[in-house]
Design a protein around this ligand. Structure first.
Ligand code: M6R
Length: 607
């Protein structure tokens, strides 16, 4: 989604801006732009499409102060005129992440004052608003006055043509950080954009406004009071993420799952017992107090939460609810102070999940745990307890290794709580630990099915729709399989608990409807088999991912993909892999942009 980079230095900062944007590319965008201040003028370059295009167009641009942006369209189509930075009367330039909710009203006011709008964006009102106050004060004061009129979410960077060594930045509801260099400073929406120049970072807090100069910076809180924020040293590393032998990041990331799982489980698998401390020092005191779990997340992370609900209730005997973050954040819910609120997020920056976390706190929840893949993300910083999945950078928009490592983390949470609540004895604990140690190699075995899945995928290339079925613990896996297929192949896919078929979706089944079923050898197998008969009887083509010994036979219209033996509670992790591969190979057949599917962004930092 949208990305911001800004710099003030005593050298040409154009390549810093462009390289920063390149590091943010994977988040998804449709246009890019930058502006530098040079010789008392704003020099702006914008382009639709890739940052590489912007790099070419700005090759001869020079400036020691500038801001840059990748845009993911919200207000107004992707186009050069809607790309940021937006400029007011050749004096003020602004880049913006987030959404200004009252922009129409502000636009009307500003039009009446004589401002002309050249884009369809909500951002342009910010540029004109700052301009309208600039004559009365400094750039800092003009920005603060403008911000006081905004309703919505923003992270912004601001420069003025007549102020060659200063940039102003502010955030509310969207992430932004300040990079501290020697005699130079930077801003960015994500630390990865700044690793090329510094590892010293100040994480701006909600409502902060910062005045950034060459030699120093000043931060002001929501009240306009000057405050200090700690300078942290980022632990991220700047290694470029190479594709290696793979054709796409998604394929690479699917294959990285054994290692990602081994890394995520490392601390536990190397020890003889599981302790609450793996979720943070305070977990030892907090966990005994909790009597229920509330999981908040979006998309794939929400599916991980849905699997966890089965584990938590069955193994740990603790009541668990799972809610989509964008719904929860607006619901007047009743808080139970003994609930552990668990947010799950790959990026740790998802706007709805972050807002849901804050909503939970405001509602009265005291205990928060983040399960997240990005160490320095907002969700991690704003939670009391944390567990870092160690999937490594996930570049493909379709989440794969983040999902399976989230499941591993949630399984650990289940076991720790189960132990605390006296639900598992030491023998069972050892058995679970054994299964976890074995998990990476079990995943490797499933990955070996890739050629067969590639072959199966051919049957999907000309299909418009697909149904996914699962039951119990594997229903969320069916949901995840359908999400993967729709987001990268653009085939309309829906998932149902197989028992629901005859309550409606069966009406859709005919010879043109492929039905994909997750078929673990568990206690619901016989029920599932009956559901599959219902499909076959209506001419539906079945693709069954069946564990060993399920005795589901290959026949006309019934394609079987033979999985290893049933893996018990960890089975959902194994059954995810072939569905990821299926989506990947169908997308290859369709020739879509696998890693950057249309209309989607990796990090959804706006509502
Ligand atoms: O970074 P998060 O895990 O918070 O992201 C949540 C969803 O946006 C994400 O899982 C999305 O659904 C993926 N594109 C699915 O592959």
């Amino acid at each position: 989604m949208c990305g911001i980079v800004g710099a003030v230095a005593k050298r040409n900062i154009v390549s810093i801006l462009v390289n920063g944007l390149l590091r943010l590319e994977y988040r998804g965008y449709d246009s890019a732009g930058l502006v530098v201040v040079h010789d008392g003028k704003l020099d702006r370059v914008r382009s639709i499409g890739r940052v590489a295009e912007l790099a070419t167009k700005s090759a001869n641009t020079y400036g020691e102060l500038g801001i840059a942006h990748t845009r993911w369209a919200t207000h107004g189509v992707p186009s050069e005129r809607n790309a940021h930075p937006h400029i007011s009367r050749d004096l003020i330039a602004v880049v913006h992440n987030g959404i200004i909710e009252n922009y129409e009203e502000l636009r009307t006011d500003l039009t009446e004052q004589g401002y002309e709008f050249t884009s369809d964006t909500d951002t342009e009102v910010i540029a004109h608003l700052i301009h309208s106050h600039y004559a009365q004060g400094s750039l800092l004061v003009a920005t603060q006055m403008a911000l006081s009129r905004l309703i919505g979410a923003y992270a912004i960077g601001v420069v003025a043509a007549d102020n060659p060594h200063q940039l102003i930045a502010a955030r509310k509801g969207s992430p932004l950080l300040l990079g501290v260099g020697e005699g130079e400073h930077f801003i960015a929406s994500d630390m990865s954009a700044l690793l090329q120049v510094t590892k010293n970072v100040v994480y701006l807090e909600e409502g902060d406004v910062v005045e950034v100069n060459l030699a120093n910076y000043r931060i002001f809180d929501t009240q306009g009071i000057s405050i200090q924020r700690p300078v942290n040293v980022s632990q991220l590393n700047n290694d470029s993420v190479e594709l290696g032998e793979y054709q796409h990041y998604m394929q690479k990331e699917i294959h990285e799952q054994p290692q990602a799982l081994a890394d995520t489980l490392e601390s536990v698998c190397n020890s003889q017992t599981m302790v609450p401390g793996i979720f943070g020092a305070e977990a030892t005191a907090i966990f005994p107090q909790i009597d229920s779990i509330l999981i908040l997340a979006c998309g794939t992370s929400h599916h991980a939460g849905m699997v966890a609900r089965y584990w938590l209730e069955e193994i740990a005997g603790i009541q668990c609810t799972v809610e989509i973050a964008s719904e929860y954040r607006y619901r007047a819910s009743v808080a139970n102070p003994n609930t552990l609120v668990v947010t799950i997020s790959q990026s740790g920056e998802t706007a709805d999940t972050l807002a849901a976390l804050n909503h939970a706190k405001v509602t009265g929840h005291l205990f928060t745990l983040a399960i997240c893949n990005v160490p320095e993300s907002a969700i991690i910083r704003q939670s009391k307890l944390r567990f870092l999945t160690r999937a490594g950078p996930e570049i493909g928009v379709a989440s794969t290794k983040a999902f399976t490592t989230q499941l591993a983390a949630l399984f650990l949470l289940t076991l720790v709580l189960a132990k605390l609540r006296g639900r598992i004895d030491p023998e069972r604990e050892q058995q679970f630990l054994h299964e976890l140690r074995h998990l990476p190699s079990a995943v490797k075995k499933v990955l070996a099915l890739e050629p067969q899945i590639a072959e199966l995928s051919r049957n999907f290339a000309d299909k418009q729709h697909a149904l996914f079925l699962g039951r119990g613990l594997h229903y969320p896996i069916a949901l995840e399989g359908a999400l993967k297929l729709k987001e990268i192949s653009y085939i309309h896919a829906e998932a149902y608990p197989a028992g629901e078929l005859k309550h409606g979706p069966l009406a859709l089944v005919d010879k043109d409807m492929p039905v994909v079923s997750v078929a673990p050898n568990d206690m619901l197998l016989e029920k599932l088999k009956s559901n599959l008969q219902e499909v076959r009887a209506r001419g539906g083509e079945l693709y069954v991912f069946a564990d060993a010994n399920t005795h589901i036979k290959e026949a006309e219209g019934v394609h079987i993909l033979q999985m290893p033996e049933h893996a018990g509670f960890l089975s959902p992790i194994l059954h995810t892999i072939p569905l990821q591969l299926l989506a990947y190979y169908v997308a290859l057949q369709k020739g879509t942009d696998v890693d950057k599917p249309r209309n989607l962004a990796k990090s959804v930092t706006v509502e």
